[in-house]
Write a protein that binds this ligand. Sequence first.
Ligand code: ADP
Ligand code: MG
Length: 392
Amino acid sequence: MAFHRMEELDLAGKRVMIREDFNVPIDAGKVVSDTRIQAALPTIRLALDHGAAVILLSHLGRPEEGEVDAALSLAPVANHLSTLLEMPVRLQKDWLNGIDIQPGEVVLCENVRFNTGEKRNDPDLAWAIAGLCDVFVMDAFGTAHRAQASTVGAIQYADVACAGLLLSRELDALDSALSKPVRPVLAIVGGSKVSTKLTVLESLMSKVDQLIVGGGIANTFIAASGYEVGQSLYEPDLINEAQRLIRMAHERGGEIPIPKDVLVATSFSKDAEAIVRSVDEVQNDEFILDIGPLTAVDYARMIQAAGTVIWNGPVGVFEFENFAPGTRAIADAIDVSNAFSIAGGGDTLAAIDIFNVSEGLSYISTGGGAFLEYVEGKTLPAVAALEKRYAA
Ligand code: ADP
Ligand code: MG
């Protein structure tokens, strides 16, 4: 991938605008989880160290465009950032009218989605945004899969457009995992629904040496293999698709294994007792909520044997302690493995946090949807726009 990189540019005295992904959970005016803000700090510090005037952009939530929704103001992010950077971070409203800023200062512009035309990538809005800076830095991997005015549009119109540290690290890591991986490549796709990940499953099939499914997705594959899934979360209308994927794997000389044992419960609840069942013994009043201990050992072995591991989606309802062991086993196996490992997805990141294995992963992607689209082999519009600016 060829694009301008921020670290190669002269930023001294320049107005450097960085598109961030500060779409973080906020409760009672406070940032609840700051992973995304922390991830953005090296880029911001680099710009400051090089003597730039730093203008930050981000969206937050899904406001009605053209209206200011106080509940979706970035004010809590400005406060939090100010604490992390140990310097004032001014929140600026109505920033399209101009931003008064000096080198060494940081200004956070109010939610980009308050501007009409943001989501449809309105060219006039994009032009106005780009006109506010000398250098536009795209660093929001989490929104790189959407062509919007403050992403693709600004990249097109800015005097200079480049990728920030976070975005380039993210793309480099994904590239090593997918384009020139150390084999064998193992992908673990868990989570709730096949429907949200069907294209990912399909495209991974042609890229990886081994695919493991987990969670609600595995339930659909268990049903597709002719077993009872009882009350489990699964998608009856995707059984045909699951069977097609199983056939595709066979044609390639591989397979999509289904768990040999599972943890079931008689209710979908936090305090439900976990019962170990062989996959062919699930009762019609039971919920499959995790993989079983034998399966966990099998999957951990496969992880140890892999050269590259791509992980998206928990293999069980890890939010319930009794049904966390499967996902914990996967996380621990990745933690100790020497494979190049990459993980992405909102709930997957939460699991990595809970099981405290972030140190053991080679790369943790900050993007949920963007991560999946990249894995699917789709071109991310913001990345394509950066490549186009580089080639021009
Ligand atoms: P990610 O955000 O990492 O891409 P998903 O959003 O696809 O992951 O899925 C995560 C959710 O899937 C979790 O909330 C988890 O509880 C749920 N899940 C996993 N296994 C099961 C299961 N067997 N039954 C119901 N829900 C499940
Ligand atoms: Mg999720």
